[in-house]
Write a protein that binds this ligand. Structure first.
Ligand code: UD1
Length: 432
């Protein structure tokens, strides 16, 4: 297995292009199942998860054409998706187990074909992650759901889902996206109450409207969807990745560097993260092409934070913020409210000299003067990034193992950081 080797202590300086958002790209690709016509998506990141979903969609009959490979650091890929006929309504275990977001084919398949059978995604390193809210939503739209042999089978009696009111007792990004896609082709009006408001959901809703859907209330917690008979093709550019941008903002601050993150509307989409980073002393300056990030004090200031649904501080930035707090001037209390078991980076950060104690879903991080490089490994994507960030400032070398997690969500990480002066390389076949 490959590993990443980082020699810490180098200040980051330069421009860093922000890729298209993985968490927006995945539902947008699934939306292609809703129409016979061609959906062309640009600014798609080059990531393992995009390849996995492309494979899954091809199994359902989606014909994909790479229109532009996007070979430069600053260029995403453009892929067109055309599904004249759905050739299979079954999403098999072999692919779904690799990526939980595969559950997002359930809504589109059910809406277009009146039935779908999708493997249960199973457990995940960051907690139990059930799909009960997705299934409850489909039932409220008239679907009959059965669980058999590890698969969910959903059938719309009469072949079409019916509009209705879907109320989510807790906010779920994936369930909101699944029901939103399904509702576009349902009969009548669907109201999604207590919908997630993440910008990736607005991106999906805007794309669906460009395909002929009738969605209002975009960006609010109540989405109203008037069902239509069919959707048509469209061209759509994926929004920038606010978690990637936040992660590199942390990298700039921790290394006391000056980095211009390139991308449109970055400060707007990463406002939950930027608000907390500002309290920690990080400065953001809007430019024509993006935003310049610097640390505006001698030392990072300790801040207390709780993860929250958008527009609060995102759980997907919790591990990276914790890496930053390991070298703060005082102490920080970090409370994880979205996922249980999302502190797997803590023992690894401690092996690098961090001072962190955990009490259930709360971590107390006491700032230390410096970290020390070590061989480390993580069990999920964002936790892996927190170890890279720690490695950028640690004395001597840090070796990050199991980097397939990073390949799932950070496009060209080594190239992007190297271009800003980091001493980071990918060692082929040296990892564990
Ligand atoms: C998405 C993101 C992920 C992010 C998360 C929260 C993608 C591909 N992934 O994941 O990066 O960390 O939002 O911002 O966009 N829940 C239930 N029942 C359900 C669904 C969810 O109890 O049916 C719970 C989850 O266990 C979790 C919480 O609701 O505690 C939020 O999960 P959710 O918003 O659904 O996360 P994902 O869509 O899986």
């Amino acid at each position: 297995m490959d590993r990443i080797a980082i020699t810490g202590g180098y200040r980051l300086e330069g421009q860093l292009p922000i890729s298209g958002a993985k968490n927006a790209a995945l539902p947008l690709m699934c939306a292609s199942l809703l129409t016979k016509e061609t959906l062309t998506l640009s600014n798609l990141p080059h990531l393992a998860d995009i390849k996995t979903l492309k494979l899954l969609l091809e199994g359902h009959g989606v014909k994909t054409t790479v229109e532009n490979e996007g070979v430069n650091l600053s260029e995403g890929q453009t892929i067109s998706f055309e599904t004249p006929d759905i050739t299979s309504t079954v999403a098999p275990y072999d692919i779904v187990r690799k990526m939980r977001a595969s559950i997002l084919v359930l809504g589109p398949l059910l809406a277009r074909e009146g039935e779908a059978t999708v493997s249960l995604p199973g457990g995940c390193a960051i907690g139990n992650r059930p799909i009960d809210l997705h299934l409850k939503g489909f039932e409220e739209m008239g679907a009959k759901i059965e669980l058999e042999e590890g698969y969910v089978r959903a059938v719309a009696p009469g072949g079409r889902l019916e509009g209705g009111t879907v109320h989510f007792p807790t906010v779920s990004v994936g369930a909101t996206e699944n029901i939103l896609m399904a509702a576009t082709l349902a009969s009548g009006e669907t109201i999604i109450d207590n919908a997630a408001r993440e910008p990736e959901i607005s991106d999906l809703a805007n794309c669906l409207n460009a395909m002929g859907a009738n969605i209002s209330g975009i960006g609010t917690k109540t989405l109203t969807v008037k069902g239509v008979e069919s959707l048509h093709g469209a061209q759509y550019a994926v929004m920038p990745d606010r978690i990637e941008a936040g992660s590199y903002a942390v990298a700039a601050a921790m290394t006391r560097g000056e980095v211009e993150l390139l991308g449109h509307d970055l400060l707007d989409v990463m406002r939950g993260t930027a608000g907390v980073l500002k309290q920690a002393g990080v400065g953001f300056k809007q430019t024509d092409d993006g935003v310049i990030v610097t640390l505006e004090r001698d030392k990072i200031k300790g801040v207390d934070v709780s993860t929250q649904p958008y527009p609060g501080f995102p759980t997907d930035m919790q591990a990276q913020l914790m890496a930053m707090m390991t070298i703060c001037d005082s102490a920080s209390v970090i409370n994880e409210t979205i996922f249980e078991n999302r502190f797997m980076h803590v023992p690894e950060l401690c092996r690098m000299g961090a001072d962190i104690t955990m009490h259930g879903s709360t971590a107390i991080v006491r700032g230390v003067d410096g970290l020390l490089g070590a061989p480390v490994m993580a069990t999920d994507l964002r936790a892996s990034m927190s170890l890279v960030l720690a490695g950028l400032v640690a004395d001597r070398q840090t070796f990050v193992n199991r980097i397939y997690h990073l390949d799932r969500g950070y496009e060209r990480l080594v190239e992007k950081l190297s271009a800003c002066g980091a001493k980071i390389i990918r060692d082929a076949n040296l990892g564990i």
